[in-house]
Design a protein around this ligand. Structure first.
Ligand SMILES: Cc1cc2nc3c(=O)[nH]c(=O)nc-3n(C[C@H](O)[C@H](O)[C@H](O)COP(=O)(O)OP(=O)(O)OC[C@H]3O[C@@H](n4cnc5c(N)ncnc54)[C@H](O)[C@@H]3O)c2cc1C
Length: 303
């Protein structure tokens, strides 16, 4: 067992990660920390590096399936790393990685900054949105991102900046999904000079249209599968009559077929088995491979 660091870094052992994911499943983190500022995050990364232990970073856990066996090493949860500055005259916005993206969208709307109206219904952090290139209703993170501040866990003492162009953004994809780098903060260039009431109204309408068509009241991770263009994953699954399909307490949502909901006490194994069953049936029924958008942690090599 690795010794705790000599100065207080709010490290905890054996913490249930189910409380850190929107699906409400997942085993325990061997070590867990929620850094309150960037210096603390860097110190924690250095500690994990010195112990040669695996390090993972999570945001709001709204796109994560964490294995029932939990995660070895240190899990850094960024949800306390919050704060942002927004310049109403230039549209330049800087936000810490743990800032909830809906909070940032609402702040921008109030200042008449246009660009993030689509983000209000995405229950993740700024860091998670950058890594996932989160998007909805015609908008996505990559369109408005200017640069990111990153830390490489193997050289935590030297944070560095990368421009958005270096991140290889595509549909729900960024280069950061294949790198071990941690997002510390992000800079966005929004459009200044809009009517705050109009932007706020658009933001609220976007939220309403999502909460009225998606199962927001039950634990989920949003859309499970990427859309296999030109198809919509939800339509393929629904057309095969799979709404309501259940394994254990994981269920294909009767409201939106691309959502898998936890009806109570689902395990990660239930959800994982249901994902595979839906993939199998769509492949058998339509000859189309569905690829999960959700990130799996603790499922073995690469997962
Ligand atoms: C009800 C619901 C609706 C949703 N709707 C949408 C939608 O419309 N569009 C959409 O794109 N997504 C949607 N999602 C999925 C999810 O909210 C997004 O993918 C979001 O961007 C994930 O952010 P997060 O902070 O929760 O990241 P997490 O789920 O915590 O992590 C996602 C990935 O990013 C990595 N990561 C997170 N933070 C950092 C960081 N600071 N540094 C390095 N790596 C990091 C994690 O290791 C993981 O690989 C929805 C989810 C739910 C529950």
């Amino acid at each position: 067992m690795a010794p705790a660091p000599s100065w207080p870094l709010a490290l905890r052992q054996g913490v249930a990660l189910a409380n850190f994911t929107s699906w409400k499943v997942g085993g325990a983190a061997e070590w867990l920390a929620e850094p309150g500022n960037q210096a603390e995050l860097v110190a924690l990364a250095a500690w994990a590096q010195a112990q040669a232990m695996p390090l993972r970073c999570i945001g709001a856990g709204s796109n994560l399936l964490i294995a029932d066996a939990g995660l070895a090493g240190l899990t850094l949860c960024n949800r306390r790393l919050q704060g942002s500055s927004l310049d109403a005259s230039t549209g330049l916005v800087e936000a810490e990685a743990g800032e909830p993206i809906p909070t940032l969208a609402r702040k921008a709307a109030r200042l008449g900054l246009s660009g993030l109206e689509w983000a209000v219904g995405i229950p993740g952090t700024v860091g998670g949105a950058v890594v996932m290139n989160a998007g909805a209703q015609g908008g996505c993170t990559a369109e408005w991102l200017k640069s990111v501040r990153l830390v490489d866990p193997t050289r935590p003492e030297a944070p560095f900046d990368l421009p958005a162009e270096a991140l290889e953004f595509a549909y729900r994809h960024s280069r950061l999904q294949a790198e071990a780098w941690i997002v510390l903060s992000a800079r966005f260039q929004l459009e200044a000079g809009h009517d705050p009431a109009a932007i706020t109204a658009r933001t609220s309408a976007n939220l309403h249209s999502r909460t009225s068509t998606q199962p927001y009241q039950q634990p989920s991770c949003g859309s499970v599968f990427r859309n296999p263009e030109p198809h919509k994953a939800g339509q393929l699954i629904e057309a095969l009559g799979l709404k309501g399909l259940q394994i254990g307490q994981a269920q294909v949502s009767p409201i939106h077929a691309n959502f898998i909901v936890n009806t109570g006490q689902a395990t990660a194994a239930d959800i994982s088995a249901l994902i595979e069953e839906v993939q199998r049936r769509v492949m058998t029924g339509r000859g189309i491979a569905l690829h999960p958008e959700v990130k799996r942690l603790g499922f073995g090599p690469g997962g």
